[in-house]
Design a protein around this ligand. Structure first.
Ligand code: PLP
Length: 370
């Protein structure tokens, strides 16, 4: 990490490994000797064909994606899938979709969903301020939902669901999961899901590309009336190249995947995530209430650590953000809807950088506690 580079704990777009940016810089004007930037080549030409195929096969490799799944690269952000998914999967607006509402993003999906289907909230954690999740035994699935939607990691509220979550769903249901903010942070048993989607701008590259991993058998559900940009079947049939895809963004995701492989794969990403997040939570919990994370320990996110200073002393929180920037620590303000502080520990953040943050938090506490 070069000295002048900020230690960027932003939630998204988040930090990108220096080596990925340097590689992109190195070949920016002359991609693999073709005399053009990857931004300037045709999406149907041989240079880009190689990039998209390599990106796909490396994604298959790191996540061990089984053969009966396809990968789509879409535009419009993960938010576009909040309508894109019901458009493709629901036969009529009378279809019922089960949503587990555990934070801002699953709530957002249920809000957009109601234009395309009947929304059943299996659980709604908003009255609990999204600080916890009810026990799966209390979830109220509808008897015949078209699919179940949940968000694996709620970026705003700092709530992460356990990998066992789909095991609590009624058998045979289609499972849709928004993994935008913990995608590629750990190994995932893809076969538990029918559709996984993720905006790339946290652990998988830059904004402007949304990755969809979809069970091929689901593609038959798409009606011809689904507009082309949302049409999963058409995207699949055309290798996501039926219109111009965000070529540079797919290229960057390809570089990020190569970086993950070089660093030791998703097992290593998970090992680092556990180390970084447990160091930080342990420190917060041991601070005698100076710092406090209100999230139920069972559901605390390894990716987005949300906390308050002195139970919401806004003046002190503002001072904290200001002083942190003097230590090159940036982007730690909580989401505007919840306030407080949020530290995102995406893959490009190192264990050492998290230690530096904890050192700063220690000295700030010692200087400011009464
Ligand atoms: N889902 C989750 C979990 C997110 O964190 C975000 C953005 O931060 C979104 C969906 C929306 O993504 P986008 O901004 O790409 O539409």
């Amino acid at each position: 990490h070069q000295e002048f580079r900020a230690i960027n704990f932003g939630a998204g777009p988040g930090c990108i490994p220096d080596s990925v940016l340097l590689e992109a810089q190195k070949e920016l004007l002359n991609f693999q000797g073709c005399g053009k930037s990857i931004m300037e080549v045709s999406h149907r030409g041989k240079e880009f064909e190689k990039v998209i195929q390599e990106t796909k096969s490396n994604l298959i490799k790191v996540l061990s994606i089984p053969d009966d799944y396809d990968i789509l690269f879409l535009q419009g952000g993960a938010s576009s899938l909040f309508s894109g998914i019901p458009m493709n999967l629901c036969e009529s607006p009378n279809d019922v979709v089960d949503f587990i509402v555990t934070g801002a993003w699953s709530k957002g999906a249920s809000t957009d969903g109601k234009y395309f289907c009947k929304v059943n909230k299996v659980a709604d954690m908003e009255p609990e301020k999204f600080l916890t999740v009810t026990d799966p035994s209390q979830w109220k699935f509808s008897p015949d939902s078209t699919y179940i939607h949940y968000c694996d990691n709620e970026t705003v509220h700092g709530v992460e669901m356990p990998p066992s979550t789909p095991d609590h769903f009624p058998e045979g249901r289609i499972v849709v999961c928004d993994m935008s903010s913990n995608f590629l942070s750990k190994p995932v048993n893809v076969s538990k899901y029918d559709l996984i989607f993720a905006g790339a701008q946290k652990n998988a590259g830059i904004s402007g590309i949304t990755i969809v991993i979809i069970k091929k058998s689901l593609l038959t559900k798409t009606k011809p009336s689904v507009p082309s940009v949302f049409n999963f079947l058409k995207k699949s049939q055309n290798n996501s190249l039926d219109n111009t895809p965000p070529t540079f963004n797919i290229y960057i995701t390809g570089l990020v995947l190569k970086w993950i492989i070089k660093e030791g794969g998703l097992e290593e990403m998970e090992r680092r995530s556990i180390e970084k997040s447990s160091n930080l939570y342990k420190f917060i919990d041991g601070s005698n209430g100076f710092y406090r994370c209100g999230i139920d320990a069972k559901y605390r996110s390894r990716m987005n650590v949300v906390f308050r200073i002195q139970d919401g002393n806004e003046q002190l929180e503002e001072k904290f953000v200001k002083e942190a920037s003097k230590h090159n620590i940036t982007d730690i303000k909580g989401h505007r809807s919840v306030g407080g502080l949020r530290v995102s520990l995406y893959n490009a953040i190192t264990v050492d950088q998290t230690k530096k943050l904890i050192e700063f938090m220690t000295s700030f506490m010692n200087e400011n506690k009464q």
